[in-house]
Write a protein that binds this ligand. Structure first.
Ligand code: GCO
Ligand code: MG
Length: 412
């Protein structure tokens, strides 16, 4: 078998997605996700100018060899653009291998370690009544674990809060938090860590009083705290028994987590913006985190995700893969196959794609009663409808950014 064709498909149903489609000489196709939210066209160029010409004629069965070739031969390693491009190749080749074998990818990774995978959804509200309604709504959708994001007094707009205003063209329709906004320039938001640290424990207390002790609750700090602020927050949330506190610091400095860990037993999850296992090296070896938040799409694909989870298993660290809407249905399926196969599965974030996206990407994946399963179609179980994709050309969209009251740029 040889790779005959590789195409980069950009489509924007609900939001932008970059997909690599590889076709073999015997007509098998494989898909890979290369979407980097807000920087999509950089990956398109990386793929079409540098990767696609080197794919033609390769043996698609040699997945590990292709991964090592694209990682090492570039000389300039790592970074989100490079690793998303390599991820797309890796996923597409696993998809092809599964289809050639007539098996879903999870079978090739060792088979299912469980029947179904628990998911968590995103509840949010600027004020408590809106937040409670949103939690109830997610419970009605079947979710058994819920992420809680809330407004902070004095702040206008903040990460993770759905809007009742609706998106342009869909005004008045409440939408789940979708951080990237279409437009020529990024939106500015405001931030104040001290108000946040004072307010958040009161919200979790109210949520526990309303919903009881059983419901697993999660929270995303979105990289905004110093180690001591994160330690303080972790400590103040201990009475509310969080499933995890996510991205409490910008974890470029892995050692920061040592400080946080010394002060709190609140479980920690990190890694959605990490690109390689090296970003997790100290965090795993020193047991500074409890959950690996990597996403197949930004971490180089299925192969490295399986490897980092095998490494994490030695330290009883579990998976909590990144699953917002900017991971396409292809990337999402890729990590569902890994999640089903590994022993140390923890939980999967599941934000749910919109109808237009689901019409472009046909998926075998199921979500029932709060649990996910990748389905049993050969390969990844996702097919892309090229005509449908063609209806939605790329539109510039950016993630927002933060400024403090004095005008300083802060982590978003
Ligand atoms: C999450 C993430 C996302 C990111 C988004 C950026 O936990 O789901 O923090 O909401 O902000 O993926 O593109
Ligand atoms: Mg996050």
């Amino acid at each position: 078998m040889k790779i005959e064709k590789a195409e980069v498909i950009v489509t924007s149903p609900d939001r932008n997605f970059v997909t690599l489609k590889i076709t073999t000489d015997d007509g098998i196709t494989g898909l890979g996700d290369a979407t980097v939210n807000g920087r999509e066209l950089a990956v398109v160029t990386y793929l079409s100018e540098y990767i696609v010409p080197q794919l033609i004629g390769r043996d698609p069965s040699r997945i590990e060899d292709a991964w090592q070739f694209f990682y090492r031969s570039a000389y300039w390693r790592r970074g989100p653009i490079t690793m998303a491009a390599i991820a797309a190749v890796d996923m597409a080749l696993w998809d092809i291998k599964g289809k050639a074998a007539g098996m879903p990818v999870y079978q090739l990774l060792g088979g299912a370690s469980r029947e179904k995978m628990m998911a968590y959804g995103h509840a949010s509200g600027k004020e408590l009544p809106e937040l409670f309604d949103s939690i109830r709504h997610h419970q009605e959708l079947g979710y058994r674990s819920i992420r809680v994001q809330t407004g902070v007094p004095g702040l206008e707009s903040i990460y993770g809060i759905a809007s009742n205003k609706g998106l342009p063209g869909n005004e008045g329709v409440r939408y789940d938090h979708e951080p990237a906004q279409r437009g020529k320039l990024p939106a500015q938001e405001d931030w104040d860590t001290r108000s946040y640290l004072r307010h958040l424990p009161t919200v979790f207390e109210a949520v526990r009083n309303e919903f009881g002790p059983d419901l697993p609750l999660l929270h995303d700090g979105h990289h905004r705290m110093t180690p001591m602020q994160a330690a303080k927050l972790g400590k103040s949330l201990e009475p509310y028994d969080l499933f995890w506190l996510e991205d409490c610091t910008p974890a470029e400095n892995q050692e920061a987590l040592r400080l946080v860990r010394q002060h709190t037993t609140t479980p920690l999850a990190i890694g959605e913006i990490f690109n390689t296992v090296w970003d997790f090296q100290s965090l795993i070896k020193e047991q500074l985190i409890d959950y690996v938040r990597a996403a197949s799409t930004h971490f180089g694909g299925i192969s490295p995700l399986k490897k980092v989870m095998d490494y994490a298993a030695m330290y009883q660290i579990k998976s909590g893969f990144h699953g917002p809407t900017d991971i396409s249905p292809v990337g999402f399926a890729a990590q569902l196959h890994v999640g089903l196969a590994i022993h140390n599965y923890g939980i999967q974030e599941y934000m749910q794609h919109g109808d237009k996206t689901n019409a472009v990407f046909a998926q075998s994946m199921t979500f029932e009663d709060g649990y996910l399963h990748p389905g049993n179609n050969p390969g990844l179980g996702v097919e892309l409808d090229v005509d449908e994709a063609g209806k939605y050309p790329y539109e510039t969209a950016y993630l927002p950014y933060n400024r403090l009251a004095d005008g300083t740029v802060h982590d978003w």
